[in-house]
Write a protein that binds this ligand. Structure first.
Ligand code: FES
Length: 101
């Protein structure tokens, strides 16, 4: 598999999220304590962008209709979302956050 280099770990504070475009993908990168999780940024329910949502622990709540996902697995936590969001395995290497695609 290929890896994509997204950001420096220091670019994102704990509890924060940001959008990263890489490899033709529009991604949301989440930091929970010192762990990083990456999903597609587009909500599977509609036009919401997950990096603009509210991150509480491992739960990202889309601010469009308040559906939510677990950033670790992409599984739906709260409706109206029904379709999981795609997650990408992350790797921390030399202070950088990479994903496998
Ligand atoms: Fe995200 Fe509807 S667009 S919950």
């Amino acid at each position: 598999s290929d890896t994509l280099d997204l950001i420096a770990a220091d670019d994102l504070a704990p509890g924060e999220a940001m959008q990263v475009e890489a490899g033709g993908l529009t991604l949301a990168v989440f930091r929970v304590a010192d762990e990083f999780y990456v999903t597609d940024d587009h909500c599977t329910h509609g036009p919401g962008l997950l990096h603009e949502g509210c991150l509480t622990g491992y739960e990202i709540e889309c601010d469009f209709h308040q559906g939510s996902f677990d950033v670790r697995t992409g599984e739906v936590i709260e409706p109206p979302c029904t379709i999981p969001v795609k997650v990408y395995p992350t790797v921390l290497r030399d202070g950088r956050v990479l994903i496998e695609v």
